[in-house]
Design a protein around this ligand. Structure first.
Ligand SMILES: [Zn+2]
Length: 369
């Protein structure tokens, strides 16, 4: 597109754009302000859906009654293994569910714009009839619709970066910028894309930001979604304010003076810039943060390399262990749904055992005091 905005689309076997899919993907990117990465994964999901519909010789509009077969097909089908037996699982439940979510989103859109018979929604969702446009518009009443095609996903525990891992990363860091990156993710729980998208003007590390036109007291920064040239993208639609503690502010001050030294004429408004590799002074890519953590992890000889999200999990777990309730976690982490925050409130095995052990047991007969 003419602006910096990019989106993905779906081509049919004759390399023509699939018009309905293209409409939907454009709507997602423009009308819903959706992420480019989601656009890409939606397009890939829809391409599979059209492939499958063609394989059962149905127009996609008439394929809804057979979606159960699509779920099975997704689990076992891969283009390069078409001749192989269909017993091998090539896509796990999480992946299949994500593809089905994309297909449902496509159905909702095409039904909304009159390209699909709305009756089909009754095949895709249970009790979809409780959904009305007016209710959804007011946001007062969320549709009580449950997806009918959904595999149960295995429970996967949250993997935190332990305190000693973080200490190892900080010792392995060779400059103030890298230390600031580790500390900012660990003490503020920022997502990778949020950190790489920060502008210097988002950082209000002053006791009183009212002169900057901001009403929040104390050191904090603002997480804002924008289309950035470095591809950084804040997942939350809603802006949020994250308080910064003294450790973060100190690391920031050290980074800022290092940056002024290494890149004196630097004009980039991005907070994180390349300082130790060319092109110096340009915004860091979000992927650069993964590479940095991988480098620090290996230099620190960590048993398990630390990924950006593990630092965010540690932040959330620390907050929960120090009295953070679900509403606090939701606000700090920028979650859209409180269910995402509640996972951090699950008691650890240690807490479960401690509570069980606190319940007094009857004494065994003859046991001495
Ligand atoms: Zn502010």
């Amino acid at each position: 597109m003419p602006s910096e905005l990019r989106y993905w689309t779906v081509l049919d076997p004759a390399h023509r754009v699939v018009v309905e899919a293209d409409d939907f993907l454009l709507h997602h990117r423009l009308g819903r302000d959706g992420a480019e990465s989601t656009s890409q994964s939606y397009a890939a999901s829809l391409a599979l859906f059209f492939d499958w519909a063609a394989s059962i010789r149905k127009p996609w509009r008439e394929s809804a009654p057979y979606l159960g077969r699509f779920v099975y097909w997704l689990q076992h089908y891969r283009p390069d293994r078409i001749a192989a037996g269909r017993t091998e699982v090539v896509r796990g439940p999480r992946r299949v569910n994500a593809i089905m979510a994309a297909v449902r989103s496509f159905f909702r859109h095409t039904a909304a714009v009159g390209q699909l018979d709305p009756q089909v929604m009754g095949v895709v969702y249970d009790s979809f009839d409780s959904y009305t446009v007016n209710e959804a518009e007011r946001g007062a009443h969320r549709p009580r619709a449950r997806a009918r095609h959904r595999l149960s996903e295995p429970h996967s525990p949250i993997v935190n970066a332990e305190g000693e891992d973080v200490a190892g990363l900080l010792r392995a860091a060779r400059n103030a910028r890298d230390r600031f990156i580790v500390i900012a993710m660990w003490r503020m729980g920022l997502r990778r894309g949020e950190l790489a998208g920060l502008r210097r003007s988002d950082v209000h590390f002053v006791p009183d930001a009212s002169r900057l036109g901001c009403g929040f007291r104390g050191t904090h920064l603002h997480v804002v979604r924008r289309t950035n040239p470095n591809g950084a993208w804040a997942k939350s639609r809603r802006q949020r304010v994250v308080p910064a503690d003294w450790l973060t502010v100190q690391a920031y001050d050290q980074y800022i003076s290092e940056r002024a030294r290494v890149d004196p004429g630097g004009r980039s408004d991005f907070l994180l810039v390349n300082l130790f590799a060319d092109p110096v002074g340009t915004p860091m890519r979000p992927g650069g943060i993964n590479e940095l953590l991988a480098r620090l992890s290996s230099r620190a000889h960590l048993r398990r390399p630390v990924h950006p999200h593990m630092l965010r999990h540690s932040f959330a777990t620390n907050i929960a262990e120090h009295g953070g309730t679900a509403d606090v976690l939701k606000e700090l982490l920028g979650h859209a749904w409180i269910s995402s925050s509640e996972v951090y409130l699950h008691p650890s095995p240690e807490r479960l055992r401690a509570v069980v052990n606190r319940v007094p047991a009857p004494r065994k007969d003859g046991e001495k005091q």
